[in-house]
Design a protein around this ligand. Sequence first.
Ligand code: 9D3
Length: 245
Amino acid sequence: MRFDVVTLFPGMFTGPLEESIIKRARERGIVSIYLHNLRDYATDRHRTTDDTPYGGGGGMVMKPEPIFAAVESILGGEEGVPVILLTPQGRLFTQEVAMELARHPRLVLICGRYEGVDERVREHLVTDEISIGDYVLSGGELAAMVIIDAVTRLLPGVLGDPGAVFEDSHARGLLEYPHYTRPAVFRGWEVPEVLRSGDHAAIARWRREQALRRTWERRPDLLEKAQLTPEDREFLARLREEKKR
Ligand code: 9D3
């Protein structure tokens, strides 16, 4: 899979994309990431990429010409490649969106800066607009890195254990159960007995119930979409009863 990132700050990407899982995926040739400095596509003497807004109101707006020039040069006429603008006004990035993007062999990511981009970029160049959540970032760069990370780990051969991606989708919709490792007692705090019992059925039941309890307490909104068994529903009904008393 190939990512082409258009940004005014390519230096922001170097550290995060050269570590850990993404580093390994790149070394294995599963992903390639090309960084394009938008400034290189500005043709005026000062290599300007932004300008004041028509109609006034302060702030700066990204000019259309360098963005069109960058994307057209990157794609060289290739069709069907999603051209994604990272913007607070985009659709919300979720695991489903990551899975959808992972099906494409190529993506172009445009990182917005300043107050935003000239509307003609949205109307005539971009095919998709994505936000990573309801908080204000300084630009689209960190959002692009979040997308590259979430999509890359879905690609076949990136994670050591091919079951791990399935595990994510299998348990999808619930928060995780608590994890423990050695020592069995740390500062007097014990690992739950059931996890040391060797009773695999009991362990599976305990983990499922912990996941359900956590989701119910912290993210009840997730329970509406989760795939629940009749046993899960009975357990949740008991939690609600407990709370009433
Ligand atoms: C004054 C209105 N602001 C909109 C909330 C202007 C504005 C703030 C921050 C315009 C752009 C930005 C920069 N943010 C992004 O480019 C961005 C972003 C974000 O801020 N939050 C979540 N996802 C994203 S994706 C790109």
